[in-house]
Design a protein around this ligand. Structure first.
Ligand SMILES: *[C@@H]1O[C@H](CO)[C@@H](O)[C@H](O)[C@H]1NC(C)=O
Ligand SMILES: *[C@@H]1O[C@H](CO)[C@@H](O)[C@H](O)[C@H]1NC(C)=O
Ligand SMILES: *[C@@H]1O[C@H](CO)[C@@H](O)[C@H](O)[C@H]1NC(C)=O
Length: 460
């Protein structure tokens, strides 16, 4: 007899049996000693959690950062002005004029302080409220856990803990396997070890439609221009820009107050128009890729005159050797200008160097010239941007939407090249169109999908 036959028999027997006896109603009495699961309570906790997330957004926190930073700069500037006044104090008219300027400055600082006071009060209120909500939620969750008879949550939690430990172990393992080593210290700085921030994060006054641009400070400012910031956005399909906007301080830039615009040419585009986003300001002059050529342009902000110097004629321009990653090409980024403690550089690629990066020091003489040039084996199209610190070139690549990685360095002094750096930059937007180092404050200035940010480069 096969197994399936036995099975059928077993089922058939009880059926015939019940038919033969009198039917009896079967009452099943399920006694649950536990109280019913409070589903409503769980729903409440979920709703509260969502509300909490809504009230504390990173946007709001950066508001506060921005105000504090603006204030810091204004106070520094005020200090500077007071020192000037003290020197001038020979009881003449100049003293009186400066005093008036300082009065105005103090009034502005007072405004900022009031705004900060209002903002912090709001946050205090918010955080007290949120803390209370969190406390309530915690209590509710402890209550709810009592219903976890099957120990599902507890086990889950332990699993998560194990997973975390495992991840940590893995990270520690990989960290010891590949230590991020960086070229030696110079310019009195230790080696660059990490990037902190963003320290400031803001949309420009132009709004979200201008995704290509550049900003920063003059790396070698005239004495009166130390606090000035500049901003250039590219119009016309992210190809070119034709004027430089300047603000007297960081707070006025972030708040969009009182800009001064300097136009390079009345009709655009011309050969002197700015092409691509990776320009820099140095010695009150803007260095950039001249429109539609393989030349470097220098725009004198004082005289509004342009001097040019040509790169080798096989140097990339018009998106021949742009910055890129697998998902995107950053158009018209063939030339990247950089400032560091030693001056100005242009970073580009040539056909004769197989599309690999070349660094040329731009001597800021009149006219500008290239004196020293270094060829690297870094393919330009695998890089998303570069910057220089103390004669060392650093290059970044795209890891994912949240992270850019400084992975490469080239030391112009020793010609040593490294591809094993692992310094991450935490992004707020997906793409970085401009990145430059300011030797005065050790900050990286970034233009990222219409947002302007600063990051702090940390040295050991
Ligand atoms: C902030 O505002 C509150 C109420 O408006 C006021 O009492 C307090 O003195 C202010 N603090 C500062 C530092 O201005
Ligand atoms: C800009 O022009 C002024 C006036 O001729 C000159 O003194 C200054 O050196 C120039 N700046 C640069 C960077 O060439
Ligand atoms: C060119 O570079 C050398 C260092 O290699 C330096 O001594 C010289 O002054 C530079 N020339 C110019 C014009 O800057």
């Amino acid at each position: 007899m096969s197994q399936s036959n036995i099975f059928i028999l077993l089922i058939l027997i009880p059926l015939t049996f019940t038919q033969s006896v009198r039917r009896k109603d079967c009452v099943c009495d399920l006694k649950n000693s536990d109280p019913a699961f409070p589903e409503k309570k769980l729903k409440n906790v979920e709703t509260t959690a969502l509300q909490c997330i809504g009230t504390i957004t990173s946007e709001k926190m950066t508001d506060l950062d921005r105000l504090v930073l603006g204030l810091q700069h204004r106070i520094k500037q005020l200090e500077g002005n007071v020192i000037v006044l003290e020197k001038e104090d020979d009881r003449n008219l100049y003293g009186a004029v400066s005093l008036r300027i300082i009065e105005l400055e103090i009034a502005e600082i007072q405004d900022l302080l009031d705004k900060l006071n209002r903002t912090t009060q709001n946050y205090q209120h918010l955080s007290v409220q949120t803390a209370a909500q969190l406390e309530d939620m915690k209590d509710a969750m402890v209550d709810l856990e009592k219903f976890d008879n099957m120990q599902v949550i507890k086990t889950n939690r332990e699993n998560q803990r194990f997973k975390r430990n495992l991840e940590q172990c893995k990270e520690e393992l990989s960290a010891t396997a590949a230590p991020p080593t960086v070229p030696p210290a110079r310019c009195g700085l230790g080696r660059a070890v990490s990037v902190a921030g963003p320290r400031t994060y803001s949309l420009t006054v132009y709004g979200t439609s201008y995704t290509f641009g550049a900003w920063g400070r003059d790396a070698k400012p005239a004495p009166g221009d130390k606090n000035k910031y500049w901003l250039v956005v590219l119009s016309s399909g992210n190809v070119y820009g034709h004027f430089v906007r300047q603000y007297s301080t960081l707070s006025t830039l972030l708040l969009g107050i009182g800009p001064t615009d300097t136009y390079i040419s009345s009709s655009n585009p011309t050969t002197n128009t700015i092409q691509g986003p990776n320009m820099v300001m140095y010695g009150n002059a803007l260095y950039y890729n001249c429109y539609n050529t393989y030349s470097v342009c220098r725009f004198n902000m004082t005289t509004r005159s342009v001097s040019t110097v040509a790169l080798p004629n096989d140097a990339g321009y018009n998106s021949k050797f742009p910055f890129a990653h697998l998902g995107a090409t950053y158009t018209y980024t063939d030339m990247d200008f950089a400032t560091d403690e030693l001056g100005v550089y242009v970073i580009y690629a040539t056909t004769s160097n197989f599309g690999n990066v070349i660094i040329s020091k731009v001597e800021t003489s009149n006219p500008p010239v290239f004196n020293q040039t270094w060829s690297t084996s870094l393919h330009k199209k695998t890089v998303t941007n570069t910057f220089m610190v103390c004669g060392v070139l650093y290059a970044t690549r795209y890891l994912d939407k949240e992270t850019e990685e400084i992975f490469y360095s080239y030391d112009t002094k020793t010609k040593e090249e490294r591809f094993d750096l692992k310094i991450n930059i935490k992004k707020m937007q997906t793409n970085i169109q401009f990145l430059n180092y300011d030797p005065r404050d050790h900050l990286l200035y970034v233009y990222s999908d219409a947002y302007i940010l600063t990051y702090e480069l940390i040295f050991q």
